[in-house]
Ligand binder design. Sequence first.
Ligand SMILES: [Fe+2]
Ligand SMILES: [Fe+2]
Length: 269
Amino acid sequence: MALFELEMLGGAIEKRYRRMRPEVESMPWGTLDLSDVPAEERVRARLAWTQAAYQEHRTGVGVTEALRLLMQAQAPLDLIALGARFPLDETVHVELCARMAMEAGGGTEILYDPYQMIIGATFPGPPLLQAAELMVRFFCVGEALSIPLLRGTWKAARHPLSKAVLGRIVKDEAAHGTFGYMFLDWAEAKLTRSDRKLLGQAADLAIDAVMAQWEDLKRRPKAEWREGNALAWMATEPYLELAARSMNENVLAPLRERDIPVSRLPSGV
Ligand SMILES: [Fe+2]
Ligand SMILES: [Fe+2]
């Protein structure tokens, strides 16, 4: 197991990185005053932002793996070029979330197995089919769902720093969330009926994994968010309602429109 830790080389290397994404340093770091926030809420924020940093780190691995397969499958050059930005985006998101955890009082401990961070392609077959599997699981389900959920959280955030961090992530995710469908629109003609069936099953698995996380959220103790609180955040109930709606509109409907026979039914929201 590895401890989730981040380091920077600093100096000239950091300067070059900062030039690539100058917006990070212009955010109002150091302005989160948590003196009126109860200790439990602070701990919850530290946990949430550290978890978010780890999830972004994991997503970075996922998008890089999908990108490798797209290249091997000789996907269109311009499509690959759009996706080539994503590993950098996710790296920036790792930094933003980790710094938010620090602002809230420090990161929390996360242990993970670096060999099992993502489930890579499982379909035997050519790179195109393997790329399609990852595009469906990581992008058509994962990233497509994250757009409306992040936007909702960004809207609910009150503090300028949380707003700036979430706003940046929302902007980047807008491109990530539509990428899977751009790929499918190109690949559609090359996919056989049995390929589509496999892709439907892959989507089902990814959807089940997301639903399990939502079930977990439902069982968590409710946080008492107060208006004006520096950590004001989206409460669990509206989040889950938005999540169910987004699953229907951003995942199930567009997959079916592209003849990917996903079998999970829309929930009645
Ligand atoms: Fe991200
Ligand atoms: Fe993303």
